[in-house]
Design a protein around this ligand. Structure first.
Ligand code: CAA
Length: 252
């Protein structure tokens, strides 16, 4: 994979186009190292993940998986689950810029991100059953949470590939743009988000994600606590509200 930082926005390009960016152990190790590197770097305000060539990612590397034992298969599943969960734990927005095929592990990678912007030419699917497999990087869990039971089971059982407009319709992606506009649109959106209160962005992500695992009552309690934490002298909400009332830009 290739990485660069553009005005505080880290961009990861998954770069094995000859294998349609299929995910192997080396990728997961590199991605984990990169996430650990940016985790405590306050100059990094957002992470964008995209793919090189005609695919975003066409799935887990079938050539690496084919000879694995049952135990090794489970370990390869846990490896990917861990990496994709780590995106949710980062205190910055993580955006998938889907440039082409997002299949199997590739769609699971995209679903581990906070949200997804796609090229109108991209294709989406969970084709694992065609290989006699099921998704192993939390696709059986995240897909139904994102799109609901019916659309998830349809995609998982049919192995059907859907286009960008259908992905938008079921809520799998949040925005469709023309292929040549993808990176500009994603970078512009990342800049908009990073112009907001950084603690508010971090907390909105944390409260929404943790809330998904809680009862409504527990989620409300967490929200009230974190809402309050932004008030008071020296805190971001105080500055944001004062700036609004004084008709000036906030100093985060
Ligand atoms: N793993 C390993 N290699 C892959 C791959 C994958 N997931 N997907 C594509 N490749 C390789 C192909 O083998 C081919 O290599 P060679 O040139 O050496 O033959 C190269 O990438 C180009 O692919 P195609 O020639 O097949 O390209 P195409 O344009 O004709 O077809 C495609 C594109 C429809 C995406 C097709 O490549 C395809 O069906 N790929 C597999 C998709 C898939 O089944 N993904 C799920 C994997 S399992 C998984 O992800 C499990 C999990 O959840 C953990």
């Amino acid at each position: 994979m290739k990485t660069e930082v553009i005005e505080g926005i880290a961009v990861v390009v998954i770069s094995r186009p000859e294998a349609l960016n299929a995910l192997n152990t080396r990728f997961f190790n590199e991605m984990d190292d990169y996430v650990n590197k940016i985790k405590n770097d306050s100059s990094i305000k957002a992470l964008v993940i995209t793919g090189e060539g005609k695919a975003f990612v066409a799935g887990a590397d079938i050539a690496e998986m084919v000879d694995k034992t049952s135990e090794e298969g489970s370990a390869f599943s846990v490896l990917g689950q861990h990496t994709f969960s780590s995106f949710g734990e980062l205190g910055i927005p993580v955006i998938a810029a889907i440039n082409g095929f997002a299949l199997g592990g590739g769609l699971e990678l995209a679903m581990g991100c906070d949200f997804r912007i796609t090229s109108s030419k991209a294709k989406f699917g969970q084709p694992e059953v065609s290989l006699g497999l099921i998704p192993g990087y939390a696709g059986t869990q995240r897909l139904s949470r994102l799109v609901g039971l019916g659309d998830a089971l349809y995609l998982l059982m049919s192995a059907d590939m859907i286009g960008a407009e259908d992905a938008l319709r079921i809520g799998l992606v949040q925005k469709v743009v023309e292929p040549e506009e993808l990176m500009d649109a994603v970078m512009k959106l990342a800049k908009t988000i990073t112009s907001k209160g950084p603690s508010a962005i971090k907390k909105v992500k944390q409260v929404v994600r943790q809330g998904l695992e809680m009862s409504l009552k527990e989620g409300e309690e967490l929200e009230a606590k974190e809402f309050g934490s932004l008030f008071g002298v020296g805190n971001e909400g105080k500055e944001g509200m004062e700036a609004f009332l004084e008709k000036r830009k906030p100093n985060w």
